[in-house]
Design a protein around this ligand. Sequence first.
Ligand code: BJW
Length: 251
Amino acid sequence: MADAGATEDQPSIVILTGAGISKESGLATFRDADGIWARYRIEDVATPEAYARDPERVLGFYNARRRGAVADDVHPNAAHLALARLEADWPGEVLIVTQNIDDLHERAGSKNLIHMHGELLKARCTACTGLHPWRDDITLDDACPACGSLGTLRPHVVWFGEMPLGLDDIGMALDACALFMSIGTSGNVYPAAGFVQQVRRLGRARTVELNLEPSEGATLFEHARYGPASDIVPAFVEGLLTRGLAAADGD
Ligand code: BJW
């Protein structure tokens, strides 16, 4: 990650994204009525205990989602593309902190990106901790490409009770930014749900929620835009690039 410093001429922006930004690309959210948690219980598929109890079930859940994410008809949408354009054209640093494990931000062209809940297209070895690009199913018969151990590969994702990734870099970027945007996340899961409060404590940055509807934490933000991400994010980015940070104000 590049240095997260901000100056008046080059104000930095931190963007938190969640499942809502990938919804219009065809990937399910978690807590909407048609979301993943309506079909699966968290305690069966998204905790270290679930994996210890029934690794095949947990691997099956992520194998199905990996097949979905690499499907030919899944592409970055206008919201992902607009954020990549913002990173390319904004005079200061733009950091995307995504809770999503898909690779749609990368495929849109974003470079300065932290996957705080891991990456679906990587496997991690529980024996040697090695990380490996992985586009196929993970099975208990697979050997770690680095250490050769059998049955030790798991999805490189952050389950409940595990420590999210990149928190030191995220914390520094939040403290330095002039604008914090939260896009397509319900504000249910910590520590991500608390980032807006961290930013507001310092009182230096504007805070904006962009979501289909007011999220759990909506009142914590100073400003908001509501609608599908593929509409509101490109419009918001266009405003920033033409009018600067003041474009964030208002609702
Ligand atoms: C649209 C849209 C469109 C729809 N356009 N918008 C009690 C109190 C406080 C905390 C805790 C507590 N008990 C336990 C905790 C901690 C726990 C936690 O937060 N639990 C809560 C449930 C209370 N957190 C953890 O365990 C985390 N680790 C941790 O805390 O470590 C300790 C620690 C940290 C820091 C300092 C010190 C210690 C780990 C959390 C791991 C989350 N893992 C998951 C699954 C793994 C990845 C995967 O399988 O994909 O990550 S859970 C799931 O939720 C996934 C997501 O990344 C995450 C957030 O979901 P997201 O993205 O917000 O999706 P949705 O569906 O909830 O919302 C979608 C939104 O989009 C909605 O608002 C829609 O309206 C909107 N939308 N269409 C725009 N077209």
